[in-house]
Design a protein around this ligand. Structure first.
Ligand code: NAD
Ligand code: ZN
Length: 341
């Protein structure tokens, strides 16, 4: 089958003919229809230090997808050929304390699809049935392909009370933009998005931000003034991984404010801990999605009017993957899809 394969010590990916995945008794074999390109995939393409450590080369990468089941293992029930499904990208051990207690998102032994085990940039992917999510009929095919990053946005945004709160989002990548739509849907009052990239500020506004700001040009205190806010932001969603973004966030929170940190910094960050202590801030790390509460929340919000589709700005056929990755690396895009059918 055709697949995009990462090889060690080189930039880029190779389009190769590789053997079809083996299907274990608990596995589901899926014909991939659409995939999303994630920032992680771009890091793997560029062969960052992180990727050198993390990726088990040679490997088919990619983890955001939707497809249809073509075969199931002998032990699989409730999944059938033809079902439209996506995959949870963290394959957990099932045996640790958290897994046994139903807190699978906290498994310390999780393996990542497309990083440590074969991924979705291929015609076929095999996954354990416990990682397969049957997409509900009302969910758009393209949106179904991005449930993985959409889930990051939902997991982060709904990790604290949102109703009536003023929310600051730093970073308007695809995930920050979707988070803006989610907190709007969850009835936040003001949703301010801070982002240096003009293309992405516009996208955040399209997805429902009350106000977008270039952090290099405007202070958030003046934004608060314009909106008539007096005490600071109640909720901060850090979605850039940039040290300045976290520092600015800490400095603009209301007393008792809650920060959810999804952004992955590439170095240690020093922050004003006095502000954290005296303003009684909570900072909470967020990883992945809750299995499968986040998946349920995404599905029902789409049913009750949430629209994240405008975050998808580009579509390419699988054989134009080089062009697709170039656009992804440029920053002049929202979510980019690769189509396999
Ligand atoms: P992205 O890289 O596409 O977007 C990040 C955005 O932050 C960019 O548009 C960038 O211009 C902006 N930015 C840079 N400096 C900034 C600053 N000082 N203030 C405000 N914005 C700034 O990433 P994405 O795919 O949308 O993901 C968002 C973040 O979440 C990334 O850091 C990513 O690595 C991380 N992530 C974490 C998880 C997890 O499980 N914790 C999962 C997926 C992604
Ligand atoms: Zn576990």
């Amino acid at each position: 089958m055709r697949a995009l394969v990462k090889h060690a010590d080189e930039i880029g990916l190779r389009l190769e003919d590789v053997p079809e995945p083996e299907v274990g008794i608990n596995d589901v074999l899926i014909r991939v229809e659409r995939t999303g390109i994630c920032g992680t995939d771009v890091h793997i393409w560029e062969w960052h230090d992180w990727a050198k450590e993390a990726v088990a080369t040679p490997l088919v990468i990619g983890h955001e997808f939707v497809g249809r089941i073509v075969a199931v293992g002998s032990n699989v029930s409730d999944f059938y050929p033809g079902d439209r499904v996506s995959g949870e990208g963290h394959v957990v051990c099932g045996r640790c304390r958290h897994c046994l207690a139903g807190r699978r998102h906290l498994c310390a032994n999780a393996k990542s699809v497309g990083v440590q085990r074969p991924g979705a940039f291929a015609e076929l992917i095999a996954l354990p049935m416990a990682n397969v999510w049957k997409q509900w009929d009302h969910v758009d095919d393209e949106v179904a392909a991005i449930f993985d990053p959409f889930g990051n946005a939902v997991h982060t945004a709904l990790s604290t009370e949102i109703l009536g709160e003023d929310v600051l989002i730093t970073g308007a990548g695809p995930i920050g933009c979707m988070a803006a739509a989610v907190v709007r849907h969850a009835a936040a009052r003001f949703v301010v998005v801070s982002e240096p990239n003009a293309y992405r500020r516009e996208l955040a506004a399209k997805l429902g931000a009350t106000l977008v700001v270039d952090p290099r040009e405007r202070h958030l205190h003046s934004v608060q003034e314009e909106l008539g806010m007096v005490e600071g932001f109640d909720v901060g969603l850090e979605m850039s991984g940039h040290p300045d973004a976290l520092r600015t966030m800490v400095a603009n929170m209301a007393h008792g404010g809650r920060i959810a940190m999804l952004g992955i910094p590439d170095r240690e960050i020093a922050i004003d801990w006095n502000a954290v202590v005296f303003d009684m801030l909570t900072i909470r790390g967020i990883h992945g999605r809750e299995m499968y509460e986040t998946w349920y929340q995404m599905s029902v919000m789409l049913q009750s009017g949430l629209d994240v589709k405008p975050v998808i700005t580009h579509r390419f056929r699988w054989d134009s993957y080089e062009e697709a990755f170039a656009v992804a690396a440029s920053g002049e895009s929202g979510k980019i899809l690769l189509e396999w059918i």
